[in-house]
Write a protein that binds this ligand. Sequence first.
Ligand code: HEC
Length: 157
Amino acid sequence: MVVVGSKSRYAVAILLIISILMVSYTACNNNQTPSYEQQLYTAYCANCHMENGEGLAALIPPLAQSDYLMQHIEELPCLIKYGMKGEITVNGKQYNQIMPANEKLTADKIQAIINFTLNKWGNKHRTIYVQEVEQQLKKCVIDSSLFSIKSDTTINH
Ligand code: HEC
């Protein structure tokens, strides 16, 4: 049996503490807290459109490099808040599913999600301002049959 002197026991203890600190430091650095925008996307969109925006087979269209997304930027506030249904073509593929409404989302959260989505996974767009989102939300319409607005919602032309 090796008897460890008190000095070297201290040294071992100190080394142990240092290595624990180093491990936790690297662990923290690797798990960077996601941005506010990313957290909103994860909470409200990633279940379907997936964390990397690729969508899900024939059921959920992609947001990553989606031509539909980039061509319907003005409609995004309504689309996100009230959902959508009906046939759409995204990057040459047809989808005909229902995206549920997120009626509790406020304009500033919708703005954060839009800016995140428009500048992620190879997407690139200028910043959309909250005033633009508010303006668009006043104009949400039911006529295109795309928005699955509940019948008790008082939004009209
Ligand atoms: C429950 C699943 C679900 C959730 C959650 C969801 N979506 Fe969708 N989304 C869909 C489906 C399904 C469609 C296609 C609807 C259709 O076929 O008309 C769609 C379509 C879209 C489209 C238009 C097509 C495209 O891919 O460019 C956009 C943009 C979009 N969603 C953004 C979002 C954003 C942003 C969120 C988070 C706020 C979100 N969606 C949350 C299911 C979902």
